[in-house]
Design a protein around this ligand. Structure first.
Ligand code: NDP
Length: 478
């Protein structure tokens, strides 16, 4: 019997995806560089569906129906190139090579172009949902050629998470589009987690709520417009007590946040695209600052705070909820703005409503909000910025007074809220009729003759700063 799909790389993610395919009725050929993982999967879960054991990539390829579908789930980076290099000579024109790992989208673009020259399809797919999602239904963001999706898509849709019965899997665009969308998803995830952290810090340091009390607050918040997986598990983590000490779990964990790099990739890419993802960037920087433990320890004795003794306003917990919601909206708006910029740069026809729909279930940022975001972009009249969609413009405007109060209190008490405050600055920056960028242009023209444009005349100009300060027409260099 020919297998429908082959999976090579059977560590936790590959094994769970393979099981997910098998549980959905597909025959799955299995391969791992060292046979031990293949055997462990068959021994522990071999009865979950139809598997074909193989010991080499050649055997794996031979076990597959045509066009062949080979899914690679090995360590991201050089191992992916190494597996592709070994696979290519074994494949025939029209076969599909799938990379479902966390690869950088530029690597995916490079690999797609190289395999296309050989008549092979290369599909980079973003998969979110962690180990459990891989097994029970992840959110899947496939890139690659549209033609390859005709053969592969139905299988991916079958194993994906479902939202109201709709698969959280849709072709998002050519070459690296799938991995790009997954990367931005992860950037938003960083911001989502940081705003939750800032809210928790404020609830404790300003409102005096202990972690167990906060858990109740987050459980309550999860019933409203903030309803999401991350808010739900925040309540769970905050409610957890350390068995060794009897202290709140969050008090015995080192306050230094790790990162695997997708947040950083998002920010680097946003900088290149000129997309102002300040909330996501501040989230990555916040993790970086948390990791500078030596400097933080020294700062305790060196840096003075001069915090004000302010009275926390009445209704502060609700204010924090609104500030969290508004900041979260800004992060989504910024992530989506970046998708728009990338679509123009890379020639992807990204459908923002469909992308939002993929994130409604299965992935880490799944949230009620995403259904509304999907609807905002499904409209004929698409907003130029998520915050301009009438429902969101109203929602964020309603939150602004609370948001300003919370940021003001945080500043006075010396509680760092980099995403709450930078998101508010982004919001105000967008709204502001005139920005001090005009002065920046003047300075650039003075020290570097970078030229400027005028509000009242076409063309590009330069002022003779070193001479009589008269204005001349200039070649545009700004
Ligand atoms: P790992 O990233 O730990 O990679 C281990 C697997 O890669 C093993 O099967 C290993 O084989 C194989 N491998 C490593 N180097 C090579 C090589 N040079 N040639 C062939 N095979 C090699 O596995 P995970 O399951 O944790 O992750 C797989 C991918 O999924 C990664 O890209 C990761 O970033 C991504 N991921 C995604 C998550 C998500 O939520 N979407 C969560 C976790 C991971 P061997 O057993 O022989 O050593």
């Amino acid at each position: 019997m020919s297998a429908h799909i082959g999976v090579t790389g059977l560590a936790v993610m590959g094994a769970n995806l393979a099981r997910n395919f098998a549980r959905n009725g597909y025959t799955v050929a299995l391969h791992n560089r060292s046979a031990a993982k293949t055997d462990a999967l068959l021994e522990n879960h071999g009865d979950e569906g139809d598997f074909v054991r193989t010991e080499s990539l050649a055997e794996l390829v031979d076990a597959l129906e045509k066009p062949r579908r080979v899914l690679i789930m090995v360590k991201a980076g050089a191992p992916v190139d190494s597996v592709i290099e070994q696979l290519v000579p074994l494949l025939d024109e029209g076969d599909i090579v799938i990379d479902a790992g966390n690869s950088h989208y530029e690597d995916t673009r490079r690999r797609e172009a190289a395999l296309a020259e050989k008549g092979l399809h290369f599909v980079g797919i973003g998969v979110s949902g962690g180990e459990e999602g891989a097994l029970l239904g992840p959110s899947i963001m496939p890139g690659g050629s549209r033609a390859s999706y005709d053969s592969l898509g139905p299988m991916l849709e079958k194993i994906s998470a479902k939202y109201d019965g709709e698969p959280c899997c849709r072709w998002v665009g050519t070459d690296g589009a799938g991995h790009f969308v997954k990367m931005v998803h992860n950037g938003i995830e960083y911001a989502d987690m940081q705003v939750i952290g800032e809210a928790s810090d404020l609830l404790r340091s300003a409102a005096g709520l202990e972690p167990a009390e906060q858990a109740e607050v987050f459980t309550e918040w999860n019933k409203g417009e903030l309803s999401s997986f991350l808010i739900e598990i925040t309540a769970e983590v905050l409610a957890h007590t350390d068995a060794r000490t009897g202290k709140p779990f969050v008090d015995v964990v080192v306050d230094s946040a790790g990162q695997k790099g997708t947040g950083r990739w998002t920010v680097v890419s946003a900088l290149e695209l000129g997309s102002p993802v300040s909330g996501i960037a501040e989230s990555v920087f916040a993790r970086g600052l948390s990791s500078q433990r030596d400097q933080r320890a020294l700062a305790q004795d060196i840096l003075a705070g001069h915090e004000d003794q302010v009275q926390v306003p009445e209704g502060f917990v609700e204010d924090v909820r609104q500030a969290l919601f508004a900041s979260k909206l800004v992060s989504y708006a910024q992530g989506i703005d970046m998708l728009t910029a990338a679509a123009a740069e890379y020639g992807w026809d990204l459908k923002l409503d469909e992308i939002a729909s993929l994130w409604r279930a299965g992935c880490i940022i799944r949230a009620e909000l995403l259904d509304d975001i999907m609807k905002a972009y499904a409209d004929e009249d698409k907003p130029a910025n998520l915050l301009f969609a009438p429902a969101f413009a109203t929602a964020i405007a309603d939150a602004v007074p609370a948001w300003r109060r919370v940021v003001a209190v945080a500043v006075q008490l010396g509680i760092p809220v980099p995403v709450f405050s930078s998101s508010l600055a982004y919001y105000d920056g967008l709204r502001r009729k005139r920005l001090p960028a005009a002065l920046t242009q003047g300075l650039r023209d003075l020290f570097g003759a970078h030229t400027y444009r005028r509000v009242d005349a076409e063309g590009t100009f330069h002022t003779l700063w070193g001479g009589d300060k008269s204005e001349v027409s200039a070649v545009d260099t700004h």
